[in-house]
Design a protein around this ligand. Sequence first.
Ligand code: GUN
Length: 311
Amino acid sequence: MTRLLEAKGVAAEIRSEVARGAAEVAAVAGRPPGLAAVLVGDDPASRVYVGSKTRACVEAGLAGLSHLLPAATTADELRALIEQLNADPKIDGILVQLPLPAHLPTRELLERMSPEKDVDGFHPVNVGRLWNDEAGFVPCTPAGIVESLRRHGISLAGMNAVVVGRSTIVGKPMAGLLLRENCTVTIAHSKTRDLAAICRQADLLIAAVGRPGMIGAEHVKEGAVVVDVGINRVENRKLAERLVGGDAKRMGAFAEKGYVLVGDVDFPAVAPKSSAITPVPGGVGPLTVAMLLANTLTSARRRFGLEPARK
Ligand code: GUN
């Protein structure tokens, strides 16, 4: 029997733990943990993400503030806002939603953020801390995946883990975290020779490439645990139908919107071979937001000396 690793329950559990922790911070510090989310421009998907992040903050008793800036914002204006948030005693976490418009120097701006408030874990200091096994912040999606696997009772130590994709936001930090969990880790990517053979060695296969259905049955060992980080819009009806396994409800949504959202894994082909697999949507996404709240709480707790530093 294949287990479906849904994120909803785990994410709700994390959020309610954060809510308890936030109340404790508020009692000690006289204010709840605070997150400032910065969005430049009006990309509709980014707007939805930032809205759901700040809403989740408020629901968990954190202060969630959005700074919605016009697309023409200059690098100097954004630098000034980041400096202001770095200095703001009510703010524990700063999140600059990516991608930024092309005229802005993303790396330089992220590096301007205080590493102690970088709850996305994108600052080079936090990247270094992850690989040095030091306490810092780990990017929310990979951190959420490890948390979800742990809470689903999947023991990671000693597993052969293959991460497909080497992005800074998911692939690389995912590999670092799995190494910390005592997995034997391989990172595969677009230039990997015989990708299927490498993937078939995985006890734990993480797909994070952004190509709909590219991981097929030939990539998966019988009994592997499969985590699908991809979230891709498919507008081709035939491909959509195949990747949702003819699911009538999802094809109804296709008829309405003109697309379906699917992962990097060909779910109908791979699920029967896996011992456990995450669905798309609903397997990973909710964990990212939950971990953002958890990181913001951790930041506040560190600021007020409420816990020994946690990795
Ligand atoms: N854009 C896509 N994913 C993320 C994320 O996790 N954090 C930020 N800041 N931007 C993103």
